[in-house]
Design a binder for this molecule. Structure first.
Ligand code: PEP
Length: 229
């Protein structure tokens, strides 16, 4: 049976301006050309930028012919209409295939609760987006129609400390067991040195790196190490 793809989903958070994005893609595309990885098709690589930079990310991926997908970091819980400042799932779906919902930073700093996250997931699903729903433990409420669950212990995000791969695998197993989801990825200080420890776990279908995705070399090294395993 053909092995399912492993996900490497870059979350740039509120980082990078236009020129930094252009430089990032130039560097990554050079590395991509220099070192042709035979099994890159075994990975689904997604770049999640700020809303404002999504069209640029899409354009860069297209012009360098990189096998990457485009993602957003959030969507509105509302459809199009009188919601000043909001960006709807329908708008995002013009440019992106994926959207992160319920990242712990949105739950903490923007007070997004379970009701709102259910609405957002529903909006994403209706607009045809693949939703990456973040949870910090296996007891968290998971709305229906989620595509991917990202298990991200809060203490491991941006701290340099990771969950042990065995614990992460066990949480992923429980999430799959208790919910109708088949894809669970791990996030929390993933980098080039530890990525394989997570990707080799049976129940872990990918990773969601934040900091380690910002630098083109460190991002590319993660892919190279994952692909060489
Ligand atoms: C994240 O952005 O969800 C994340 C896990 O960040 P970091 O890899 O920096 O811990």
């Amino acid at each position: 049976m053909k092995q399912a793809k492993k996900y490497i989903i870059a979350n740039w958070k509120s980082n990078k301006d236009t020129s930094e994005i252009i430089t990032w893609f130039k560097s990554v595309s050079q590395l991509f050309i220099e070192r042709k990885l035979k099994n890159l098709a075994d990975f689904e690589i997604v770049i999640c930028s700020t809303y404002i930079h999504i069209p640029l990310v899409k354009q860069q991926i297209t012009s360098y012919q990189l096998p990457f997908k485009v993602g957003a970091q959030d969507i509105s819980p509302y459809s199009n209409g009188a919601y000043t400042g909001e960006v709807s799932a329908i708008m995002v779906s013009e440019f992106a295939e994926y959207v992160i919902i319920g990242h712990s930073e949105r739950r903490i700093y923007f007070h997004e609760d379970e009701d709102m996250l259910r609405e957002k997931t529903q909006m994403g699903f209706s607009a045809g987006l693949k939703t990456i729903f973040c949870v910090s433990n296996n007891k968290a409420e998971i709305p229906p129609d989620v595509t991917i669950i990202a298990y991200e212990p809060i203490w491991a995000i941006g701290t340099g400390k990771t969950e042990t791969p065995l614990n992460a695998n066990e949480v992923a197993r429980k999430i799959k067991n208790d919910n109708k989801v088949h894809i669970v990825i791990y996030g929390g200080s993933v980098n080039k040195d530890n990525i394989c420890n997570f990707l080799t776990q049976k129940e872990i279908d990918g990773v969601l790196p934040g900091n380690a995705s910002l630098d083109p070399n460190s991002f590319w090294e993660m892919i190279v190490n994952a692909a060489s395993n």
